[in-house]
Design a protein around this ligand. Structure first.
Ligand SMILES: Cc1cc2nc3c(=O)[nH]c(=O)nc-3n(C[C@H](O)[C@H](O)[C@H](O)COP(=O)(O)O)c2cc1C
Length: 445
């Protein structure tokens, strides 16, 4: 029977995707320590999550108001540790959980990303994944020494080249290239370690890669593009994808068309799992869960939503009045997450105001949280899964580690009882647990 994928949505930060998470009375505050990440990893592993992944952004959301004062004072996603170093800390405190981290194709060098993630894959015994993003705003550009963020579709054209370099690096060493035969004095077969040469429009890289194949071949590739160009990119490169659908009909439509796009490229659509964001707020009874939700709702501040919108859309929302409409030129100039902008424009049917953006996206708040008892939460997940709006869930936490503790204690056993979710890990590597098998060199060509 088809089994759900569970992904823990993590941040190497002071809060979760909800800026308010650090304000929760039960949230731990030791988010700069390995103990914090190891505890979260151990909870997810107890719940047999296949994957945990750290999101990332190369800036704080200080586009809002043009300075960091307000977001720093309010702790709006302002601490962002290096997620790769953090995933190692979590990895050393767990043994089966797959762990992914985000790295930007716009601001890093492909050789560097290939080497770092392949090294982590060795260090974690084949449990690593890379979430490929093209980044989204000027604050990231400024931190990384550029004047402005690259234009949306060009970022993906560059990312296509980036992937070819990374995957050719990962393919450089054949599976049995490394021998370390002291008796015959042969370290590695020279005919099984290949030099690479890449000359693209955006990127060049030539040379010989320095990290052998890892226990799972190479890290699993994650992607979450939601624009037309982003989805085309995902269909070509991703081994598992993240989406954010809040309406099941749209989720089903998108799921079908994404799988068709994967198949049209000659790839097996059943192997590329689609995981949608879920915000469970679960307790022993529905009324207790509603009480928990009320606590979470009270923690939200308007600055959370406004600064996170500014970050995502690369536009300073403080420059507009709450009920002032955006001009066509302002909307056109939003070069960040364009699918988000388009959704708001479609939903309002006119040039939206700041208030429209806040209300429709609910940025900074759990959008359509699944609030209820274990059975009610499981019912909802089951419906999305069985009706093929997704293959699994990117489970977001309202606060840490409590939200994952509740989910693992209450919802996971219910899903297991229903035969929808595995009781044990299938294997050692992340690929084993996602049913992916070892990658064939050149699968991506
Ligand atoms: C679950 C999930 C996680 C994401 N994580 C990140 C992230 O860590 N960093 C980032 O810049 N974008 C992240 N994104 C945004 C996507 O990579 C993508 O940019 C966004 O969906 C907009 O699509 P587009 O790039 O095709 O316009 C995430 C999206 C989803 C649904």
């Amino acid at each position: 029977m088809r089994q759900m994928v569970m992904v823990g949505f993590l941040q190497a930060q002071n809060c979760t995707t909800l800026a308010s998470a650090w304000r929760h009375p039960q949230a731990r505050s030791d988010f700069t320590t390995p103990a914090y990440y190891q505890r979260i990893g151990q909870i997810l592993e107890e719940g047999k999550f296949q994957l945990a992944f750290f999101d990332d952004r190369l800036s704080m959301p200080d586009i809002y108001g043009g300075n960091p004062a307000e977001v720093v004072a309010n702790g709006v996603r302002v601490v962002k540790l290096d997620p790769v170093a953090t995933m190692l800390a979590m990895g050393f405190g767990t043994s089966r959980l797959g762990i992914g981290s985000t790295a930007s194709t716009t601001y890093y060098e492909p050789f560097d990303v290939a080497r770092r993630f392949q090294t982590v894959d060795h260090m974690l015994g084949g449990r690593a994944a890379w979430n490929v993003v093209t980044s989204c705003n000027d604050a990231e550009a400024h931190n990384m020494g550029r004047d402005v963020h690259m234009e949306h579709d060009a970022r993906y054209d560059r990312a296509d080249e980036f992937m070819q370099i990374v995957l050719s690096c990962w393919d450089s060493w054949e599976d049995d290239a490394l021998v370390v035969d002291k008796t015959h004095g042969l370290f590695a077969h020279p005919d099984k370690v290949h030099r690479r040469e890449f000359n693209g429009n955006y990127l060049q890289s030539s040379g010989t890669f320095t990290v052998p194949r890892s226990p799972q071949g190479h890290p699993v590739v994650i992607q979450a593009g939601s624009s037309a160009r982003g989805k085309e990119f995902s269909a070509r490169w991703a081994e598992t994808v993240f989406v954010a659908h809040h309406d099941m009909a749209a989720g089903k439509r998108e799921y079908r068309s994404f799988k068709e796009a994967v198949a049209a490229l000659g790839r097996d659509p059943d192997k590329v799992t689609v995981n949608t964001i879920a915000y469970p707020v679960v307790a022993e009874t529905r009324s207790q869960a509603e009480d928990r939700m009320a606590v979470i709702d009270k923690l939200y501040k308007e600055v959370d939503g406004l600064s996170l919108l500014s970050e995502a859309l690369n536009f300073d929302f403080k420059t507009k009045g709450m009920d002032e409409s955006f001009s066509d030129a302002e909307l056109e100039g939003m070069s960040g997450m364009q699918a988000m902008r388009n959704r708001v424009v479609e939903a309002t049917g006119h040039n939206p105001t700041v208030r429209d953006f806040l209300e429709i996206t609910r940025r900074g708040r759990p959008r359509e949280a699944i609030v209820g008892s274990a059975r009610e939460v499981a019912d909802r997940l089951e419906q999305w899964f069985v009706e093929r709006a997704c293959d699994g869930f990117v489970v977001a936490a309202t606060h840490l580690p409590g939200a994952f503790e509740d989910f693992v204690r209450l919802v996971i056993p219910e899903l297991q009882r229903r035969g929808l979710y595995h009781r044990e890990y299938e294997g050692i590597t992340l690929r084993d647990n996602l049913g992916l098998g070892l990658p064939q060199p050149g699968w991506w060509k």
